[in-house]
Design a protein around this ligand. Structure first.
Ligand SMILES: NC(=O)c1ccc[n+]([C@@H]2O[C@H](COP(=O)([O-])OP(=O)(O)OC[C@H]3O[C@@H](n4cnc5c(N)ncnc54)[C@H](OP(=O)(O)O)[C@@H]3O)[C@@H](O)[C@H]2O)c1
Length: 346
């Protein structure tokens, strides 16, 4: 078992630990770093992290025994040492036995510092975002099988939305050609959202998180880098909504070689879901022919759930609704990447 370290124990960090527990791989996680801007007592802060891990407002109680002793989290009796430092380079990860560090802080400075850990005994760094410093961006269903252990030491898992959209667009491109795609993501709240207005770099995102806010989306660029043949053909925006998890992607896709009927589209999707994209994409038939809602896709491990209730073909224009749990499904893909890089370390 390769030992892991984690930078940032927020939504992604804690959800990832839940996923690792489900895969019976959590004992690999030996230490983590978090911020302590208010200078709280380390034991008190560690107890607070234990509380958040054990009781999650989105995913419910953790089915494991969680407690805290001093600066150590105890999960089913295994210890996770907590370091309180904004600078990951200040932590001696190698002395803690860590070979793979997962950077899940969202802090650009922490990402730069994480990259420097390769000079300090860490073998691989996995970023839970599009990282400017990575050697490779690996997305299951696109290119995870192209991981090269000799060259890829800084590895990005891309974004949750790219993990959902890219595999579906890629298969449509192969089957029918994609001329253009207009994408709207209906994205749940993120940790930076607040209930009341405050200043923010993107002004609209500083408005109350209780409302629906239109914002820019990086998905066109991110998917364009993963699928260069579609670069420049996607335009996108985001609607940030006051829900806890599950993103809905509404994609209007102009096909170059449109099929005669929706059945041909469904056939391609079914073949992929049972083949290359098994475990990555599934099709949602609805319940008694009726559409289900975001809440029904919480904790679904698939990167993308294509809703057949909303699939519509009008001439060359295909409309798809793709659901995905932006935290749970994404952390499944991060765990896949961790498994891949860890396997290469023997
Ligand atoms: N949430 C999602 O749906 C999602 C999906 C895919 C990818 N991601 C990406 O994953 C990353 C984390 O997102 P998140 O939603 O988990 O954010 P989050 O809930 O804010 O968690 C980040 C955690 O890292 C801590 N942190 C910040 N700077 C740090 C540093 N220098 N060293 C150690 N810890 C630090 C934060 O502490 P404070 O709270 O005190 O600042 C927070 O606890 C981001 O890059 C995000 O884009 C998020």
């Amino acid at each position: 078992m390769i030992s892991l370290g984690l930078i940032g124990f927020g939504r992604v960090g804690r959800t990832l630990l839940r996923v690792l527990l489900q895969r019976e791989r959590a004992h690999g996680l030996v230490c983590l770093t978090e911020l302590n801007p208010a200078g709280r007592d380390a034991a008190e802060l560690t107890a607070n992290l234990a509380y958040l891990l054990a009781h999650d407002s989105t995913y419910g109680p953790l089915p494991a025994a969680v407690s805290a002793v001093g600066d150590r989290l105890l999960v089913d009796g295994r210890e996770i040492r907590c370091f309180y430092s904004a600078d990951p380079a200040q932590v001696d990860w190698a002395a803690a036995g860590v070979r793979v560090v997962v950077e899940a802080s969202g802090d650009p400075a922490a990402a730069q510092a994480a990259a420097s850990l390769l000079q300090r005994g860490v073998a691989k760094v996995v970023f839970t975002r599009s990282a400017p410093v990575s050697h490779a961006t690996l997305v299951r269903g696109i290119n995870l099988d192209q991981y090269d252990p000799a060259r890829h030491h800084l590895v990005s898992c891309s974004t949750c939305t790219a993990n959902a959209l890219a595999p579906v667009l890629s298969l449509l491109q192969r089957a029918f050609g994609v001329s253009r795609a207009g994408v709207t993501t209906v994205h749940p709240a993120l940790s930076g959202d607040t209930l009341l207005d405050r200043p923010a770099a993107e002004f609209a995102l500083g408005r109350s998180g209780l409302g629906v806010r239109a914002a820019a989306s990086g998905i066109a660029d991110t998917v364009g880098k993963l699928l260069p043949e579609l670069d420049g053909r996607i335009s996108a925006m985001s609607l940030r909504v006051p829900t806890a998890s599950v993103n809905a992607i509404v994609a209007d896709i102009l096909l170059e070689r449109p099929p005669a009927s929706t059945a041909a589209v469904v056939d391609q999707l079914e073949q992929a879901a049972a083949g290359d994209l098994a475990g990555v994409m599934r099709l949602e038939p609805g319940f008694l022919g009726r559409a289900r809602v975001a809440e029904d896709f919480k904790s679904d491990p698939h990167s993308a759930v294509v809703d057949l209730c909303w699939l519509e073909l009008a001439g060359p224009l295909l409309r798809l609704v793709i659901w995905h749990d932006n935290e749970w499904a994404y952390c499944q893909r991060v765990a896949d990447v961790i498994d891949t890089v860890s396997a290469s370390l023997g």
